[in-house]
Write a protein that binds this ligand. Structure first.
Ligand code: BTN
Length: 324
């Protein structure tokens, strides 16, 4: 799209002027078409300074997630496109499921500024206030056996963790299976929902929720001891569009790696970023609470631990508590 390429050029000039003539030449469109695209971006909340004989300069990008801004930073083959940026939805999971049923391709991404019925794991609610987080769902059509869904949650955690570290510099780690934490407080959750057919995954919906720019006071009081945000931990406001594009890049790279080499390399990356392995953990099981030392992942992505009686255990699902 012309407005994406135009934005890319103005962003690359980092607030410097670029003449209408040069824009028109580089985009191979008329000066009037440049002006029209500038106006289109203005309607989306971008502010430009236009000075005769100097040209245009980007002075302010809106706080909202703009599809043009995400698309212009995407470095992927498929992930992140088609892109749907919505204002308020119940949950992006359902929005994407609807598109998936209509035949949307792998890589389709739905992002919302706000969710009114955000969904967490274990049937919990996911707090998703307007404008400060990333609430998004990505569609995959893996055609893999059902066991892949568990591995996909771990793969996603690695991708999001790497992207968050890279963009913000915060010391993000993974708690099994896929919570992202800084200093023991959660700032991202991942929910993978799958539809299968004949023992194979028909499609997977990867839901990613990140507390990006929330201040301390934006976090509900009852969650403050256990939740944080990237802004609180990094000390700076973060560019959500950039983080989304980086997550898509990391996810696509790891997904390709998985398809070529299987789960082993993903598992190693996961272990390297984990704050679980080598720690004392507690887990609630149908037989009661189980304490022990987390030792690693097995080949399916299940957690291996040695319980307090020295017995080796394999944990396939559930929620663990660290260091108790
Ligand atoms: C968890 O409980 O840790 C998982 C939280 C997942 C939240 C994300 S936000 C985007 C997507 N839409 C939802 O309703 N949930 C997921």
């Amino acid at each position: 799209m012309e407005s994406n390429r135009l934005l890319e050029m103005l962003q690359a000039h980092q607030g410097e002027y670029i003449s209408g003539e040069e824009l028109s030449r580089r985009l191979s469109i008329s000066r009037t078409a440049v002006w029209k695209q500038i106006n289109k971006l203005r309607q989306e909340g971008y502010e430009f300074e236009a000075v005769s004989r100097k040209g245009y300069r980007l002075v302010h990008a809106p706080e909202r997630i703009q599809s043009a801004e995400v698309l212009s930073q995407l470095r992927t083959k498929a992930f992140g496109q088609p892109l749907h940026v919505l204002e308020v939805v119940k949950t992006t999971q359902e929005e994407l499921r609807r598109l998936a049923e209509q035949g949307a391709p792998e890589g389709t991404l739905v992002i919302a500024e706000e969710q009114t019925l955000g969904r967490g794991r274990h049937g919990r609610k996911w707090y998703s206030p307007a404008g400060q987080g990333i609430w998004m769902s990505l569609l995959l059509r893996p055609g893999q056996p059902i066991v892949f869904a568990a591995q996909l949650t771990l793969l996603t955690a690695v991708a999001v963790c790497r992207a968050m570290r890279k963009v913000s510099g915060a010391d993000v780690g993974i708690k099994w299976p896929n919570d992202l934490l800084v200093q023991g407080k959660k700032l991202c959750g991942i929910l993978v929902e799958s539809i299968s057919e004949d023992e194979l995954l028909k499609y997977c919906i990867i839901g990613i929720g990140i507390d990006v720019n929330l201040h301390q006071e934006d976090i509900p009081e009852k969650l403050r001891s256990v939740a944080t945000s990237l802004r609180i931990e990094s000390g700076a406001r973060q560019d959500r569009a950039k983080l989304i594009a980086e997550i898509m890049h990391e996810l696509e790279q790891l997904y390709d790696l998985y398809k070529q080499e299987g789960f082993a390399p993903i598992s190693h990356l996961w272990e390297a970023l984990s704050v679980t392995i080598g720690q004392r953990v507690k887990i609630r099981t149908p037989e009661g609470e189980l304490g022990g030392l987390a030792t690693g992942l097995d080949s399916t992505g299940a957690l291996l631990m040695t319980d307090d009686h020295g017995k080796a255990r394999t944990i396939f699902s559930g929620e663990i508590q660290l260091g108790r």
